[in-house]
Ligand binder design. Structure first.
Ligand code: BG6
Ligand code: MG
Length: 216
């Protein structure tokens, strides 16, 4: 292994919770309430596809024009951006900074593969821009997870082969994307949800080089 490629939301910081709260509020405005279980199907999925999934949950996929859907997605994003406007390095998930330092010391390349158009802003607010050798975000890819494009682009930018990469993800769609890219998949979250991952830690404190390498 030569590189580790991380998802952002729900792996580096708990922004997955803010995506959930913002989508949930929009869903309630539209008369489409949903729970955390349905939210699992939105994790790692692009903004427009997430909206489509919520509308189809409520049987309302035909009720809005393209322009109205864009307005709904913008409304969610404005709410999300206001929720995350106050995040700082204090919001980096436990163990992540130490793990990133451990990887750097050991000579691994470190990349980010995020489905979010807010990835740079969030990483900057966390004070972690320098921790990553390369960041690929949603603005620079055509296909969204579970398509492997974002992970493949990150590997290419880091100058490594996909099979030399470990991907780290909290989303089912993200684990699928890592595997489709031909990488080793580490899941962060509930093992009963992330059943396809090669290795699952219930939270980020389990992430150490020894713990991961022992399983490869
Ligand atoms: C992913 C999140 O990282 O980014 C999804 O897991 C989110 O929940 C997606 O919908 C898109 O994010 P954004 O910030 O571009 O709306
Ligand atoms: Mg995620």
């Amino acid at each position: 292994m030569k590189a580790f490629i991380f998802d952002l939301d729900g792996v580096i910081t708990d922004s997955a919770e803010y995506h959930y709260l913002a989508w949930k509020a929009l869903g309630e405005d539209l008369g489409i309430p949903f729970d955390r279980e349905f939210n699992e199907t939105l994790k790692g999925v692009s903004r427009t596809e997430s909206l489509e999934r919520i509308l189809s949950l409520g049987g309302r996929e035909q009720d809005f024009s393209l322009e109205e859907k864009e307005q709904l997605a913008t409304k969610k994003n404005e709410h999300y951006v206001s929720l995350i406007s106050k995040i700082t390095s204090e919001d980096i998930l436990p163990g992540i900074e130490v793990f990133l330092q451990e990887l750097k010391r050991a000579g691994y390349k470190i990349g980010m593969a995020s489905a979010s158009k807010n990835a740079y802003m969030v990483t900057k607010q966390l004070g972690l821009l320098d921790a990553f050798d390369h960041i690929v975000d949603a603005a620079t890819v055509a296909e969204s997870k579970p398509h492997p494009e974002v992970f493949l682009k990150a590997a290419m930018a880091l100058g490594v082969e996909p099979k030399e990469c470990v991907g780290v993800e909290d989303a089912v769609a993200g684990v699928e994307a890592i595997h489709a890219a031909g990488m080793f998949a580490v899941g962060i979250g509930d093992p009963a949800v992330l059943t396809e991952a090669d290795l699952v830690f219930t939270d980020t404190t389990g992430l150490t080089l020894d713990n991961v390498l022992a399983r490869i």
